[in-house]
Design a binder for this molecule. Structure first.
Ligand code: GLU
Length: 418
């Protein structure tokens, strides 16, 4: 039977190794093991056929030590509270790694959005927003898109929250459409961050900075944009996959054609091009390539398939794609991993820019946004790299050390209430 992985235990294990490397006392980081607040809600919806269905929703606030909680909302049929707790903690560490004045949170609705009509999706979103209303807000907790949620859904959240307060409050959510206070550059930000960090690590490892063979798992917002930008950087995207399956082309796939196809047909199913063959999601993990960029869900690389990985480098576009036991196998094979809390932080960085623009009621130019994003990603990568070199640890442990160090210092200054 396949081993089941609890992402929250995964997080705790890495937290423990990083805290030990930092020489922390247990009481220094005890609070980081527990989310500050967990809310579970029922979301009753009138379906299009007149029946009533009740979905389950969650919002977990892991830490508000460094500022308001921040993190996305995902819609997925298999989500559970441990996944949301882990994702919320990862947001805390991610915001600390890139030095944003934010804590971490995450939300989810246990639903397969593909099985809802557009009107049902809107009703789920509005009712979920109403249910978590007491704990969200521009100064408290600011949601954003995540797996299976998008700008349209963020717009419904913004509208519901605003209607219930009686005035427009764009700063309650990020990742909105530009027309209602979204930021230029936000839609591409996570993938842009992935591509910036990939270039940095290639340089550090002395690998070629163009023409590298890359496999991308997942073609949603993160995978799709990462593939596009890495392809534009002159790399060969040799493999891609989504829920419908995958494709492999040793000569490099036609990324623009593939993205245009998905734009029209939602999935890769039925797409073909000369030289490409169909592969499964599992085969993608072990395919012949230099760099593997998992941009789908957590626990995709586990002890069951880590030995098959041929890439020399893994850049984690998704949150938690590598299980802790896989980490060990990969490191023994000499594979470098740039961890999620660094590699995919570009999204929340530009979410922060969006929130700041909303609060200040002004807008920034796209080139200013992209340039500041790049500066932050390159600086954070450099800071993590310094820790890697100084303490001879993996990039994952180093990124946690950077984050936990900041959080523990801030906690000490704030003290324990009362
Ligand atoms: N869901 C994204 C993440 O996991 C973005 C979060 C945000 O922008 O608040 O980083």
């Amino acid at each position: 039977m396949a081993k089941t992985y609890n992402p929250y235990d995964n997080m705790l294990q890495v937290l423990e190794s990083a805290a030990q490397k930092l020489g922390l006392k247990p009481s220094d980081y005890e609070t980081l093991k527990f989310p500050e607040r967990e809310l579970k809600v029922s979301i009753p919806i009138r379906m299009d056929d007149g029946s009533i269905k009740v979905f389950e929703g969650y919002r977990v606030q892991h830490s508000s030590t460094l500022g308001p909680c921040k993190g996305g909302i995902r819609y997925h049929q298999e989500v559970d509270i441990d996944e949301v707790k882990a994702l919320a903690a990862w947001m805390t560490f991610k915001c600390a790694v890139v030095n944003l004045p934010y804590g971490g949170a995450k939300g989810a609705v246990k639903v397969d959005p593909g099985k809802l009509s557009h009107a049902e999706l809107e009703r789920v979103t509005r009712r979920f927003t109403a249910a978590i209303l007491p704990i969200i807000g521009p100064e408290k907790d600011i949601p954003a898109p995540d797996v299976n949620t998008n700008a349209e859904i963020m717009g419904w959240i913004m509208d519901t929250y605003s209607m219930l307060h009686g005035y427009a409050i764009p700063s309650v959510v990020t990742g909105k459409s530009i027309e209602i206070g979204g930021s230029l550059g936000r839609a591409e930000a996570t993938g842009r961050g992935v591509s910036i960090v990939t270039q940095e690590i290639l340089k550090y490892l002395g690998m070629p900075e163009t023409g590298v063979k890359i496999a991308v798992q997942g073609l949603g917002n993160v995978g799709g944009i990462s593939a596009k930008l890495l392809h534009e950087n002159g790399h060969k995207i040799v493999a891609v996959s989504d829920v419908s399956g995958g494709l492999y082309n040793p000569a490099g796939l036609n990324v623009p054609a593939l993205r245009a196809y998905i734009e029209k047909n939602r999935t890769l199913e039925g797409y073909s091009e000369p030289g490409a063959r169909n592969i499964t999601n599992g085969e993608l993990i072990g395919c012949e390539c230099d760099v593997l960029v998992p941009c789908a869900l957590q626990n995709q690389i586990t002890s069951a398939n880590a030995a098959s990985v041929q890439a020399k480098l893994i850049v984690e576009g998704a949150n938690g794609p590598t299980a802790v036991d896989a980490d060990e196998i990969l490191s023994k094979k000499g594979i470098t991993i740039v961890p999620d809390i660094l590699a995919n932080a570009g999204g929340v960085v530009v979410s922060y820019f969006e929130w700041v623009q909303n609060i200040q009621e002004l807008t920034w130019e796209e080139d200013q946004i992209n340039a500041t994003l790049k500066k932050i990603m390159v600086r954070s990568f450099g800071q993590v790299l310094e820790i890697v070199k100084e303490h001879r640890v993996s990039f994952r442990v180093a990124a946690y050390m950077l984050a936990i160090g900041k959080l523990v210092r801030a906690k000490k200054i704030r003290g324990v209430f009362p």
